[in-house]
Design a protein around this ligand. Structure first.
Ligand code: RIB
Length: 306
């Protein structure tokens, strides 16, 4: 198994479930509340680890109870947290999430210590061997830049989530860019409709025009489109019972990175990410929903790559 370095955020997700999401200024009655480990980076790290990759996580928490609990959980997963810094007096990242009856969500993130992820920790973490470096934009941009600027033979994967316009000047330093519909539209500066296969394939190809070697657009229940030197393909997702879509994109990215690190092609890694994402939506919470490698391989054998 290869090694993946994930550079990203760790949050505590405070999740309320309600029949529907509130409109601006409206109060709706919820029916359940739960606290889960989350954060786009930590979610990816857990997904990659459960998919059998060796994982080093670079991030930051505060010295509060949330941060200590998140660190211990990552350690319990078998993730190397040497470069997960603890900042005295800072608050750990928190996400307030509302999930509706269809599993759709709304998220407000207060990054706290995630904004303090240190470029020096990134550089240190990259001194040891790894084959994939996976980044999200929910942390200090300087940390992302340190990874992009590092002289390293590993494949550099950027999940442009949440979109940050500062990434635009660095897309030619990215090997694989992963976006959802809104992030891809932000990079392209134009909307497109993911229900239109031709338009989505063109959008993925146009993303490459902005600099990355390959581009992937995740389209939820529709699967993902991958554009690379050998062409552009739509990888369809298997049908899933949707309970909670929170973290499905992070699951895709973590499993994609794990598969890539174990020598899979871009297309095979995309297929694994799509299948894993569809498994994750049937379980509530971000990190609790990340499937293990056996479950992913079993679901993939039910849906061979065309
Ligand atoms: O992508 C889902 C994640 O976004 C949640 O776990 C939340 O913490 C926010 O970072």
């Amino acid at each position: 198994m290869g090694t993946v370095v994930v550079i990203g955020s760790s949050n505590t997700d405070l999740v309320s479930s309600a029949e529907r999401l509130p409109r601006a200024g409206e109060t709706v009655r919820g029916d359940a509340f739960a606290t889960y480990p989350g954060g786009k980076g930590a979610n990816q790290a857990v997904a990659a680890r459960r998919a059998s990759a060796n994982v080093r996580f670079v991030g930051a928490t505060g010295d509060d109870d949330f941060g200590k609990a998140r660190r211990q959980e990552l350690r319990d997963e078998g993730i190397d947290v040497t470069y997960l810094a603890e900042h005295q007096g800072a608050t750990s990242g928190v996400a307030q999430i509302i999930v509706d009856a269809h599993g759709e969500n709304q998220i407000v993130v207060v990054p706290g210590a995630n904004d303090l992820v240190d470029p020096a920790s990134v550089i240190k973490a990259l001194e040891s061997d790894c084959s994939v470096i996976s980044m999200v934009l929910e942390i200090s941009f300087d940390a992302v830049l340190a990874a992009l600027n590092a002289e390293h033979s590993a494949t550099k994967v950027v999940n442009a989530a949440p979109f940050d316009s500062r990434i635009m000047a660095h897309l030619d330093q990215v090997d694989v860019l992963i976006c959802n519909e809104s992030e891809a539209a932000a990079v392209l500066g134009r909307p497109f409709d993911v229900r239109d296969e031709t338009a989505t394939k063109r959008a993925a190809e146009d993303l490459i025009g902005h600099g990355p070697t390959a581009a992937i657009i995740t389209i939820g229940a529709g699967g993902a489109v991958v554009a690379h030197a050998d062409g552009t393909q739509l990888i369809r997702a298997p049908k899933a019972k949707v309970v909670d879509t929170t973290g499905a994109g992070d699951c895709f990215c973590g499993v994609f990175a794990a598969w890539l690190a174990s020598g899979a092609s871009l297309r095979e890694a995309t297929a694994a990410g799509v299948v894993a994402g569809s498994l994750s939506v049937s379980i509530a919470g971000a990190q609790p929903s990340m499937p293990n490698r056996a479950a992913i391989e079993s679901a993939m054998s039910d849906q061979p790559l065309a």
